[in-house]
Design a protein around this ligand. Structure first.
Ligand SMILES: [Zn+2]
Length: 507
């Protein structure tokens, strides 16, 4: 019997219990049927009833006057009739408010900044309505405590989906050898080493893999093939030794920062690739971060200035055809041109960071403001912003991610800036919300569990005081957060904010 036919046989009153299966085996046979149903009802008193809110429906947008029942860590039902709300649940008044799925930041690095501990990170995300994050690069040993904490019921932290280390060449970009390049990568220089590394990460329970810019094509293909054997999605910085069009059709599930797609969109993309292959032979023996910097410096400006619209349309069509998820991370990509850190209101978010980290960020912001944005940074930002409506029009799935805590992007707060920028770039507001909810769940193959408001989904929810489809900045007006069925009401969120500010204050 399908779940759907089971629901029909239960009738209206029990339809809400579809998620837990409303017709147990014993209830179907003879005299015990009524008794079993009664037991079932008693069992199924919801823990939370969010009443009267407009509820975000992935297909329809906001629908008015819904009641969302939460039992345990999942959504038990979405009802229309207040009279059917069972007694005994904690009622949350959603009147005049907007209920959206818990938000995701699809690109974060927990292990990037020493002194920025996972408890602080978790709270920063949660008070901003973020209930899931993808960690797109960090050694698992550094993430162990964060993963354990996030898995605890009632955690004041988002769900944490991890890639493990960036998978790069043995001459890796992030090797811990230069300031700004901490060791968050693993080096793999042969297909055999790549297969071993994927097996090891799969055994340690990673949720995805991330390949990086200096891997060879042979290693890249092995990484993808081996990941497929483990059922792991892979996201990439397009390797510098490959063309973006080829990578789009390689079996890759995602790409970060639109990285190196400008090279594939350039009129002379083939000549640029040839030049890159020569540079990657690395006759001077440059360290990985310097090798990458040099190649970007030689090729990017020319690529932005000589885009071939037909070639770019071909690349974008391939991304759509193969459904390659894009995390444009506009906040970090535009960092040096848009200069969020020039705004005192943004710098005020540094007060929520541990004091040593916050004051270091203030110093860095002041230093960066001494020089004007480079023409390359301006061109890069313009190009990335212009790509958003083109990707969307072609049907390429877009995810919201920020790269926090890199680039003076305060965890949690930065996601709302990313949403604003996606909207400013021309992504329709409903799609902006999808980019931060159901799309990242889809990337991980978890859309049946996370990312929308429906029976059976994990109860990860954000109650907003104003309509984010009227103004995307209303995603900041968080009234309450539910994470895995646990309610953080306004008072609880204010308490977490106060604790963050206390740790951020000068000793
Ligand atoms: Zn990153």
């Amino acid at each position: 019997m399908s779940a759907r036919s089971a629901v029909r046989r239960c009738g209206i009153a029990l339809a809400l219990l579809a998620v837990v299966g409303c017709v147990p085996a014993q209830a179907e046979s003879g005299s015990s049927r009524e008794g079993a149903a009664a037991v079932l009802m008693a069992d199924l008193v919801p823990d939370l009833a969010i009443v009267g809110a407009r509820v975000f429906d992935t297909d329809a947008g906001f629908v008015p006057d819904r009641i969302v029942l939460v039992r345990g860590e999942r959504i038990a039902a979405v009802l229309t009739d207040p009279a059917t709300v069972p007694e005994g649940a904690t009622r949350v008044d959603g009147t005049g408010r907007y209920l959206i799925p818990g938000l995701w930041d699809a690109h974060v690095h927990y292990g990037f900044t020493p002194g920025l501990d996972h408890v602080t990170l978790g709270r920063l995300f949660l008070v901003n309505g973020i209930t899931s994050v993808r960690d797109t690069g960090g050694h698992l040993i550094a993430l162990a405590d964060a993963r354990a904490a996030a898995a605890r019921p009632g955690a004041a932290a988002p769900r944490l989906f991890v890639a493990g280390p960036l998978l790069d060449d043995t001459n890796r970009v992030y090797a811990g050898a230069a300031p700004g390049f901490p060791d968050i990568a693993a080096g793999v220089d042969t297909p055999a080493a790549a297969a071993r590394e994927v097996d090891a990460l799969a055994a340690r329970g990673v949720d995805l893999l991330k390949t990086y810019e200096l891997v060879t094509p042979a290693v890249f293909r092995t990484l993808l093939a081996r990941a497929a054997q483990h059922g792991l999605p892979v996201t990439a910085h397009v390797p510098l030794a490959m063309d973006g069009l080829e990578v789009a059709g390689s079996g890759i599930r995602g790409m970060e920062h639109l990285r190196n797609l400008e090279l594939a969109c350039a009129r002379e993309h083939a000549r640029l690739l040839e030049a890159r292959l020569e540079a990657l032979a690395n006759p001077e023996g440059l360290p990985g971060h310097e090798l990458r910097r040099r190649i970007h410096a030689e090729q990017r400006a020319a690529a932005f200035a000589t885009e071939d619209p037909a070639r770019c349309a071909e690349v974008i069509a391939a991304l759509a055809r193969h459904r390659v998820f894009q995390s444009p991370t506009l906040t970090i990509t535009s960092g040096d041109a848009a200069r969020l850190f020039a705004d005192p209101a943004w710098r005020a978010t540094f007060d929520y960071l541990p004091h040593a980290v916050g004051s270091a960020w203030h110093t860095t912001a002041a230093e960066r403001l001494e020089a004007p944005p480079t023409p390359l940074a301006v061109a890069h930002t313009r190009w990335a912003m212009a790509m958003i409506p083109r990707l969307h029009a072609a049907g390429v799935p877009i995810m919201a991610g920020t790269d926090t805590p890199i680039g003076l992007l305060t965890p949690g707060f930065s996601l709302h800036e990313e949403l604003r920028m996606l909207a400013e770039a021309g992504l329709p507001l409903r799609d902006v919300l999808l980019a931060a909810t159901v799309r990242p769940a889809e990337f991980l193959g978890l859309e049946g569990q996370l990312g929308s408001i429906a029976p059976g989904q994990f109860a990860d929810l954000v109650l907003l005081d104003a309509d984010p489809l009227a103004d995307i900045r209303n995603t900041r007006r968080v009234h309450a957060v539910v994470r895995g069925g646990v309610l953080f009401d306004r008072a609880a969120l204010d308490g977490l904010r106060a604790e963050l500010l206390r740790a951020g204050a000068a000793p």
